[in-house]
Write a protein of this length. Structure first.
Length: 329
């Protein structure tokens, strides 16, 4: 059976809590993990909790050219595919200092490279940032106010922002749009935290009973629901929402956002590098003989057949058409 989206969201909340504690305790003890190490650990935890999730890290990539740490593909053959390109940044003291990281061209920021790369495919490829957070209660004064997200027990928990997502358009607006007298604080955490949300909500518009809403959906209905949630999180936070309303505002904000939902079909197929990764892992899952699967097959195509500038550091794939025999054991 395909990956259970509601269970995936629960796992992502657990990973957020783990990330918060790793960064909080790591900073206190001098064990400061890099963004790429945290990303690798989180993707591995997702894979271990959900074997049906296809995950692969490439041995060669040029993040500066691509602008993303990893891609997340959802869809299926015959259904189409949507893609999230994600740039990860971790908190350092009171700021996301790596937001100042340069992009592909001189004078360009990395988030501009990411957004530009998605712009040609606006209704099928979406740019997001995921901020890795964790700190002791005394780091910020006054204490930061988080949004109204509630976990499955109905409680608001700051640890759910251990992995906090945000539209890259909003990141650009807040960072590049800083006023001259605020420029020195352009990467300051409080500027971003109120527009971020737990990364588990990338695929959901979190409303009461949303988990039950997935029950019994066909693959094409699941893809449309996923696409609507991703589109909502992108279009509202890029600043296009009705003035004066935030993501948790009146219901008409949701209605407005969904009224903008495109009729365009998503990507008709996976890109070649993602298609190859999926098929190699299907071969392994089907019990193919060891000699039939090259030890370096999912890396050799990346370095030999495709320009490295087209590759993210890692990809994850959710095939909504997947059958049990096709899932990695």
């Amino acid at each position: 059976m395909p990956l259970n989206i509601a269970r995936l969201a629960q796992t992502m909340d657990e990973i957020s809590r783990h990330t918060w504690m790793r960064i909080k305790v790591g900073d206190m003890t001098g064990l400061k993990f890099r963004e790429d190490s945290i990303t690798d650990q989180n993707l591995l935890e997702l894979k271990l909790a959900h074997p049906e999730l296809i995950v692969h890290k490439f041995t060669q990539s040029t993040e500066k050219e691509f602008g993303a740490d990893w891609e997340w593909w959802f869809g299926g053959d015959g259904l189409g595919w949507i893609c999230l390109r994600i740039q990860a940044k971790r908190v350092h003291e009171t700021a996301y200092k790596q937001l100042d990281h340069g992009g592909r061209r001189e004078g360009e920021y990395q988030y501009q490279t990411l957004i530009e790369g998605c712009g040609k495919e606006r209704y099928s490829t979406y740019p997001f940032h995921v901020f890795y957070n964790g700190w002791e209660d005394t780091r910020f004064r006054p204490n930061l106010v988080f949004s109204s997200h509630k976990d499955f027990c109905g409680r608001t928990q700051k640890e759910l922002w251990g992995c906090a997502a945000m539209s890259s358009h909003a990141v650009m607006r807040l960072h590049l749009g800083s006023k001259p007298d605020q420029w020195t604080k352009r990467a300051h955490v409080p500027r971003y935290i109120h527009e971020s949300f737990p990364w588990s909500e990338l695929f959901t518009v979190c409303t009461p009973g949303w988990a039950e809403d997935w029950a019994g959906l066909t693959p094409d209905q699941m893809l449309r629901k996923l696409h609507q949630a991703v589109f909502f999180n992108d279009v509202v936070f890029r600043g296009d929402a009705p003035e004066g309303e935030d993501r948790y505002g009146e219901p008409y904000v949701v209605d407005w956002a969904l009224s903008q939902f495109p009729d365009e079909v998503p990507h008709p197929r996976l890109p070649d590098y993602a298609w190859a990764v999926r098929d190699v892992q299907r071969m392994v899952a089907s019990g193919a003989a060891r000699e039939e699967v090259d030890d370096d097959s999912t890396n050799s195509f990346a370095t030999r057949d495709y320009p490295s500038r087209t590759l993210p550091r890692a990809i994850s794939i959710v095939d909504l058409n997947a059958r049990p025999a096709q899932l990695l054991r």
